[in-house]
Unconditional design. Structure first.
Length: 151
């Protein structure tokens, strides 16, 4: 999993998680990457403000990733990434209601003030996610990971 710092043409900065650089490029070309604030699909990678360093710092449990502008970004290596992802998944699960396959329907009900506003999670198809975004409903798509992969 690669985490990129991204920005849209309106200057909003956000983070995106991708399987590979090719996956990021493919999703951008298919207009599948959108700004969570304004839904702009004119998105580009920017250097990470968190950690920019040289390759020699990679010994400290981080991986040095060369960026297109010639800088190098440090990101947590293998097991650290999975540990961070486990924390994210646990936090989402602890602080949201599982609505299962009714996710798209419930997200719409919340958006249109037909149900109480609250954090929800569940399953939705790619088409349902795209329709929700088209309606201006913000959502975060996390890849499905098997429980054993999180341990």
């Amino acid at each position: 999993m690669i985490i990129y710092d991204l920005t849209c043409d309106n200057g909003h900065r956000f983070e995106g998680w991708f399987r590979s650089a090719e996956d990021f490029d493919s999703q951008c070309q298919g207009h599948l990457v959108g700004c969570p604030q304004c839904d702009s699909h004119d998105v580009r990678r920017v250097p990470s403000a968190v950690a920019i360093a040289s390759h020699r710092d990679a010994d400290a449990g981080t991986a040095a990733i060369p960026m297109p502008d010639g800088t190098t970004a440090l990101v947590p290596a293998g097991t650290q990434v999975m540990a961070l992802y486990r924390q994210l998944v646990r936090a989402v699960m602890e602080h949201s209601e599982d609505v299962g396959t009714a996710f798209a329907e419930e997200a719409r009900r919340i958006h249109y003030n037909e149900a109480p506003e609250r954090p929800i999670r569940g399953q939705a198809t790619a088409d349902e996610c795209e329709e929700l975004r088209d309606e201006g409903i913000a959502l975060l798509h996390l890849p499905a990971i098997k429980d054993e992969d999180l341990n």
